[in-house]
Ligand binder design. Sequence first.
Ligand code: PLP
Length: 227
Amino acid sequence: MELIARWHALTDELNKAAVKLLAVSKYAPDEAVQILIDGGQIHFGESRAQNLRDRASRWPDCEWHMIGPVQKNKAKYVGRHASMWHSCENLETAQAVAKHVRERDGKRPETENSLPVLIQVNIADVPNQHGIRPDDLAEFTTKLMQVDGLQLVGLMCMAPRGGDASQAFRAMRSLRETLMDGSLAGIASLELCMGMSGDYKLAIAEGSTMVRVGSTLFGDWDVRRKT
Ligand SMILES: *Cc1c(COP(=O)(O)O)cnc(C)c1O
């Protein structure tokens, strides 16, 4: 199947479930990104801050989502160029990103004045995996909500490698409920960004609102780019 046919099939499937698609373009060449843009795709995910900056500058009418780990010294690329940040897991980095968001909005007063952020959760509490541990989530959330320039809109996770993905996704949903009954009472809804090429169907079954699909969408176009 051609890339555009795969994209149509996937978007049809996701539209039926009212789930949004983040096309993860981190390994896809510009040519493949252009094919999807011509087809109508708007939301793209990148995992490296400089690549996000380059592509957001090249295609400013699309929404560029940061999904990879962010080092504090790359915060400016995220704060200036990201439409949404999915991988927030550190307060100092969040403050650094927020500073660049506030500066960006000073220069472009017509823009939205905060960056939508999701907290990455280490849902299975695996040592050395990215994300906030479930036990620390309430406290982290409270602190993050005080950072001017960021707006908390949801939770993101990756299923534990080799672990039970459905169980992890279910735990995310119940974490969201706990937060919305507790420290986030009053917030009407929170996105659950979960599910990738290998497990997005399971994630949707457990209540995902946004999936991040790279390799099965881009197929042969998905080549590991040099950094
Ligand atoms: C690369 C990546 C994806 C996409 O993975 P695929 O298996 O290629 O669909 C999703 N989320 C994150 C955080 C990623 O780094």
